[in-house]
Ligand binder design. Structure first.
Ligand SMILES: Cc1cc2nc3c(=O)[nH]c(=O)nc-3n(C[C@H](O)[C@H](O)[C@H](O)COP(=O)(O)O)c2cc1C
Length: 139
């Protein structure tokens, strides 16, 4: 059985775009070996990350990520046992989003858009909803 985990956090001022590039490199370097896949959304102010893999590896990575000074106020919004992966071929899909103007690759309703914006703004902690929307966002 594998687990999926979603958290939101606040990007700190030291986290420049160059630092985001370094985070992406870390993901590429480490996640394959850990057999972890997922997606990372970032705006000027926030991160939303969805990771999936063996529970032990997921918790280990989350513990490491939580202490990273490039973000703060890390809030776990969803931790689930899942039967199959949402992003089996993505070591880490990375996407920049503008929280004021989120565009979706697939159709989602106006109410879902509002929920998504709230999640990015850290306003609501609807975990399952967050995973569903993140999936729609990338597929
Ligand atoms: C928002 C955010 C997401 C991150 N996601 C990952 C990740 O998925 N995998 C990873 O190895 N490191 C991730 N990191 C970086 C880790 O906190 C840590 O710096 C890195 O794993 C250290 O490993 P390295 O020295 O091999 O690069 C993330 C950091 C931040 C701020």
């Amino acid at each position: 059985m594998i687990s999926s985990l979603v958290y939101v956090s606040l990007r700190t001022p030291i986290c420049t775009d160059a630092e985001i590039d370094k985070i992406v490199l870390s993901c590429k370097k480490n996640n394959v070996g850990l057999d972890i896949t997922g997606v990372l959304l970032h705006s000027n102010t926030h991160f939303v990350q969805y990771i999936e893999g063996e529970n032990k590896q997921i918790m280990g990575l989350y513990d490491r990520i939580k202490t990273d000074p490039r973000h703060k106020n890390v809030v776990l919004i969803n931790l689930n046992m899942i039967e199959s992966r949402l992003f089996p071929s993505w070591q880490m899909g990375v996407k920049a989003v503008n929280t004021d103007n989120v565009t979706f690759l697939t159709e989602i309703s106006e109410s879902e858009k509002l929920v998504f914006k709230d999640i990015l703004d850290g306003k609501t902690l609807e975990g399952n909803k967050a995973s569903e929307l993140i999936k729609k966002f990338f597929k």
